[in-house]
Design a protein around this ligand. Structure first.
Ligand code: CMP
Length: 217
């Protein structure tokens, strides 16, 4: 705690909720470590502002621009009044050189993001838009579904999936309705879904893929 306070004295800033720290495309010469509060990272994807992550205490961001000397890859907005350490490139480099734990945390975080990006690429390579949606649900259910009485509960922003998956909103909504009617999934509010039976969903995906390959799409 004393260490945190000392760091705050040296690098800290308290920033009010609603402040935009930087915008996607801006040049960036600082990285940030959150001591308290929240920061939301967003990115513009086909004219829709997509939330990449909501960060909390202990997390860092803004390192990419200073590592790779590129513009900011996302917009950062303080969503809950925050205490932030603002680190310049020289201090950042000194921290990494001097503290292996910081370097390991950074590598872990970057490889998590890379894995997430791979998943995203894999999804977009599924040609048929309907299969893409079902594939995303199946993958989420298998990797992070929580067992419940009705099936696997998956937290995902169901109604915004079309942005990530490059399908129309209309297609997403009509597919969801069809899947609910046939008992494959049920929506639990806007942020979660229950996959009733993974094997059945897998079968449905195979059916869609065959239909796309051999039918009329
Ligand atoms: P930078 O590009 O400097 O500014 C935006 C920051 O958002 C970026 O550094 C990363 O720290 C963070 N960021 C970028 N992409 C993602 C992502 N997909 N998930 C979480 N954080 C991200």
């Amino acid at each position: 705690m004393a260490n945190e306070e000392a760091l705050f004295q040296r690098f800290g800033r308290e920033i009010a909720a609603g402040t935009v720290l930087f915008k996607e495309g801006d040049p960036g010469r600082e990285m940030y470590v959150l001591q308290s509060g929240k920061v939301t990272l967003t990115k513009n994807v086909r004219d829709v502002e997509k939330v990449l992550a909501v960060l909390g205490p202990g997390e860092f961001f803004g390192e990419m621009a200073i590592i790779s000397n590129k513009p900011r890859s996302a917009t950062a907005t303080v969503s809950e009044t925050a205490r932030l350490l603002v680190i310049d490139p020289r201090t950042f480099e000194a921290m990494i050189r001097g503290n292996a734990e910081i370097a390991v945390r950074l590598i872990k975080k970057l490889s998590d993001r890379l894995a997430e990006a791979h998943t995203q690429i894999e999804r977009l390579l599924v040609a048929d838009p309907q299969s893409r949606v079902v594939h995303a649900m199946l993958q989420a259910a298998i990797s992070r579904g929580k067992k419940g009485p009705e099936g696997l509960l998956v937290e995902m922003p169901v109604r915004e999936l079309h942005v990530d998956l490059g399908v129309s909103e209309q297609l997403l909504l009509s597919l969801l309705e069809r899947m609910e009617r046939s008992g494959l999934v049920s929506q639990v509010g806007p942020e979660a879904l229950v996959v009733r039976d993974v094997d059945q969903l897998q079968e449905y995906l195979r059916f869609l893929e065959y239909k796309w390959k051999f039918g009329e799409g």
